[in-house]
Structure formats: structure tokens, C-alpha cells
Design a protein around this ligand. Structure first.
Ligand code: COA
Length: 261
């Protein structure tokens, strides 16, 4: 994994740990950090030593407190569109990554931070986490997919309220709204919970996991036919060695040994 300046990365036991490392600015997402995230996710699918990804923020106060407001304050109409399109592309790369990606939300996840968290496949938050889309306070709107993903995730009623009021919600409320998979008292326990989810997934056939991601994402792609994508993905699984191994292992009453082939 190529080293990046603002994101710490470490691969341990098949998990790529990414830490947005800009604690003095509450891990605000500069354009440079977005580029670094993009570089990383361009590598993840092809890197066989990575079976899952955890993204978190440095320190205990923030996951990511939004896009960098210093940079946002100097946009014009032309580069604003590019800024949003690039952010959307990066988060799309995360969402369509064939390895499971879990956000460990250790504090504020606001604006681009909330958008990053909801582009991940799952979310585990600490009890002090706060999520929100405060862009209307700045005279803008979410630009990294937040209006779309938040509405898909929690429904039009509550998403519209959050997007229009800029209210931050706490972790128990995010849990009630279905934004979180789990809530834990501390960052250590939230990381442990994410690791436990990934270690279960890592015992399954890797190709199947990638296909599940494609099929779930297809639900939200109005141009695609999710049922057809499911049938095609099902057929692709059947071409794999892991399919033969999984079915054989069941019939032989033993654990399967999946190789991702
Ligand atoms: N972009 C750039 N810098 C940010 C930032 C952002 N999104 N969020 C926080 N920071 C910086 C602050 O400017 C401050 O820097 P400084 O110490 O050099 O002055 C530092 O991070 C600490 O933030 P501070 O506001 O002092 O912490 P706080 O505990 O009082 O408040 C928040 C925390 C999250 C409520 C507050 O920082 C905030 O509202 N941030 C912006 C959230 C936002 O609107 N995000 C969407 C952007 S599109």
C-alpha cells in the first residue's frame, strides 16, 4: 500500500486500517486527503492481502468534521462542480469496493464526514458520536453524495429534516434511524466490534462478498436492473473454485477453505 501523507494506513490480519490523520482540524477533509483516499481505494481491490477495511479518524473527538471549510470558502461555480464530482467519484469508489468497508465513527461525522461514513458499507459509532449535514449553515449543500445516500439510508422524512435543519444527531438517534450497525462506549470497543464483523466476513467466499456489494448497490442505481445483476452475479459465483469448495465442504461436513478464486 503506497504511503500517504495525511492518512495513516496499516494492514494487520487481512484488515486495512485507515486513519484520517489531521486531528488539529478535527480531521477535516482537504482536497489532498480526498486524493489520498482515492489512491488507496484504487489499490484495495487488487491487493490480495486486504480482506476488509476500517476507516476512522485520529483522536477521540472527530471521525471527520466535514470538508475543509477554508478550501470551500474559495470556490467558484466551475471548480465547485469539479470539487463535488471528484468527491462523489471517491466515495463511489469506496461504496463499490469489493472488500467490506466499515466506518468507525469516533466523534463528529459532519458534512463530508457524514457522507464518507454513509458511503462505507457499515458503520460502528462510539457513544459520543454526532452525525449531521450542516452545509446549509454555510450557504451550500452536501456535494459528495449526501443528499442521495442519506435519503436512501434513512428515508425521505428524516433525511429532509436533517439536510434542511443542519441538526446534529447523537449516536442513539443515529442507531434508531438505521444509520449505524452498532454503537459502543469507546473507540477501542468500536474498533473491536468492526474487527469482529470483518473476521466473520473474512471466513466467507471473497467473490461472494464482492457480488453482495454489487447487488446491494444496484438497489440504489435507478438505471440498473438489480434482479438481473443478482442473476448475473449468482452465475459468476458458480464459475468460481470457491463455489465448488463451499458446496463440497458442506456435503463432506467440514469447514470450507476459500481461496478467493
Ligand atoms: N474545515 C476546516 N477546519 C475545521 C473544520 C472544517 N470542516 N471543522 C473544524 N475545523 C477546525 C477549526 O477551525 C479549529 O481550527 P483552529 O484550532 O485552527 O481554529 C479546529 O478544527 C477545532 O475546531 P473547533 O471549532 O475549535 O472545535 P469545537 O469543539 O469548538 O467545535 C465542531 C467542533 C465540529 C462543532 C466545529 O468545529 C464545527 O462546527 N466544524 C464545522 C462543521 C461543518 O460545518 N462541517 C461541514 C463542512 S462542509
Amino acid at each position: 500500500m503506497a504511503e500517504q501523507k495525511n492518512i495513516l494506513s496499516e494492514i494487520k490480519d487481512g484488515i486495512l486500517y485507515l486513519t484520517i490523520n489531521r486531528e488539529s482540524k478535527l480531521n477535516a477533509l482537504s482536497y489532498k486527503i480526498l486524493e489520498e483516499l482515492n489512491n488507496i481505494f484504487n489499490e484495495v481491490n487488487d491487493n490480495k492481502s486486504i480482506r476488509g477495511v476500517i476507516i476512522t479518524g485520529a483522536g477521540d473527538k472527530a471521525f471527520v468534521a466535514g470538508a475543509d471549510i477554508n478550501e470551500i470558502s474559495e470556490l467558484n461555480e466551475v471548480n465547485a462542480r469539479k470539487f463535488a464530482e471528484f468527491g462523489q467519484e471517491v466515495f463511489q469508489n469506496i461504496e463499490s469496493c469489493h472488500k467490506p468497508v466499515i466506518a468507525v465513527i469516533n466523534g463528529y461525522a459532519l458534512g463530508g464526514g457524514c457522507e464518507l461514513a454513509i458511503a462505507c458499507h457499515m458503520r460502528v459509532a462510539t457513544e459520543n458520536a454526532k452525525m449531521g449535514q450542516p452545509e446549509v449553515n454555510l450557504g451550500i449543500i452536501p456535494g459528495y453524495g449526501g443528499t442521495q445516500r442519506l435519503t436512501h439510508l434513512i428515508g425521505r422524512t428524516k433525511a429532509t429534516e436533517m439536510l434542511m435543519t443542519a441538526d446534529m444527531i447523537d449516536a442513539p438517534e443515529a442507531m434508531r434511524l438505521g444509520m449505524l450497525n452498532y454503537m459502543e462506549p469507546t473507540k477501542e470497543l468500536a474498533l473491536a466490534r468492526a474487527e469482529a464483523i470483518l473476521s466473520k466476513i473474512m471466513k466467507k467466499a471473497p467473490l461472494s462478498i464482492g457480488m453482495i456489494i454489487d447487488c446491494v448497490n444496484a438497489v440504489y442505481d435507478s438505471a440498473g436492473n438489480g434482479y438481473q445483476i443478482e442473476a448475473n452475479s449468482f452465475a459468476r459465483c458458480v464459475k468460481s473454485e470457491d463455489y465448488r469448495e463451499g458446496t463440497k465442504a458442506f456435503l463432506e461436513k467440514r469447514e470450507p477453505n476459500f481461496k478467493g478464486e
